[in-house]
Design a protein. Structure first.
Length: 256
C-alpha cells in the first residue's frame, strides 16, 4: 500500500499527555529565524575577530553551508527514516519524523526547539573538537555561520514547499521532489534544500515515478525494514491511536 497524502492541520493533534511536552513539540514559524539567525551573525562576527580575510571567511562560510546539506541528507535518510523493530522505539521515532509523513501540521512542520537545540549542541561540540583544532577558531566560526544559515534555508524551504506554491523553476523542482518523497517514494529524495545531492548518493528518482517501496511485496525477506510503509499500531503514541480511531469510526458508520 503506497503512502497516503497526509492530512493538513492548522493546529497539530496532541502527541503528549503532559501539556508542557506537547507545547514543546510545537514551534512558531518565526522562532528558528529569531534564534538561529542571531547565532549565525554572532558566529560570523567572531570569525572577523580572528583577523581572517574576506576570502577566507567566505570560503569557510561556503564550506559550512555545504556541510549542513550533507548533514541534512544523512539525518533524514539514516536517522529520521530509521525503522526500529520494538514498539517502544517505534513510538519515539514516530514522534521524531513518521508523524510528519501522516499529518502536515503548521505548528510542527519546523523543527521544535528541543530537537534543533539537541542536534545543534552535537554539531557545536563536533566543531570545537574536530574543526577548531585542525584549522583554528576563526575558520571554525565562519564555518559555523554558514552551517547555521544553511540550516535556516532548509527549515524554511521545508515549510514553504508544504504550504505554498513556488513560482520559480527551481522552487517547483524542489517542491516536486519533496512531495514525491512524501507521497510515493519515501526511500528517495532525502535532501530537501538541495535535491541534486540525491544524485550523488543514488537516491534520486525521476519525478512522477513510483518507488519499489510503494509496490506490494510478495516476499517479506525482500523487504527493507528501514523503509516499510506499515507502522505497527503498537508503535503509535496512545493519543495518536485514539485520534485515528475517532477519525475512522465515522467512516465505518457511513460504510455500514
Amino acid at each position: 500500500m503506497p503512502p497516503q497524502r497526509p492530512n493538513t492541520l492548522d493546529r497539530g493533534i496532541r502527541l503528549f499527555e503532559h501539556p508542557l511536552l506537547d507545547w514543546g513539540s510545537r514551534v512558531h514559524p518565526a522562532l528558528p529565524g529569531l534564534f538561529w539567525g542571531p547565532v549565525a551573525v554572532a558566529a560570523l562576527a567572531a570569525s572577523v575577530r580572528y583577523d581572517l580575510g574576506p576570502l577566507a571567511i567566505g570560503a569557510w562560510f561556503v564550506a559550512g553551508y555545504a556541510a549542513w546539506m550533507f548533514a541534512e541528507y544523512a539525518l533524514h535518510r539514516w536517522f529520521f527514516h530509521f525503522r526500529p523493530r520494538s514498539a517502544r522505539l517505534q513510538r519515539v521515532f514516530y514522534v521524531v519524523h513518521e508523524h510528519h509523513h501522516r499529518y502536515q501540521e503548521r505548528d510542527r512542520l519546523l523543527a521544535p526547539p528541543l530537537m534543533s537545540l539537541s542536534i545543534g549542541a552535537i554539531f557545536v561540540g563536533a566543531f570545537f573538537l574536530a574543526v577548531a583544532p585542525w584549522v583554528g577558531y576563526g575558520p571554525m566560526w565562519a564555518f559555523a555561520a554558514g552551517f547555521c544559515v544553511s540550516y535556516l534555508v532548509y527549515d524554511y524551504t521545508h515549510y514553504f514547499i508544504h504550504f505554498a506554491k513556488p513560482r520559480t523553476r527551481w522552487g517547483r523542482f524542489v517542491r516536486r521532489c519533496h512531495l514525491e518523497h512524501h507521497f510515493s517514494t519515501p526511500d528517495r529524495w532525502f535532501c530537501i534544500s538541495f535535491p541534486p545531492l540525491d544524485y550523488l548518493f543514488g537516491t534520486q528518482r525521476r519525478v512522477g515515478t513510483r518507488s519499489d517501496v510503494a509496490r506490494p511485496q510478495h516476499d517479506d525477506r525482500d523487504r527493507d525494514d528501514r523503509h516499510r510503509d506499515d507502522w505497527s499500531r503498537d508503535g503509535l503514541p496512545p493519543l495518536v491511536r485514539r485520534f485515528e480511531d475517532a477519525e475512522h469510526e465515522p467512516q465505518q458508520e457511513r460504510g455500514s
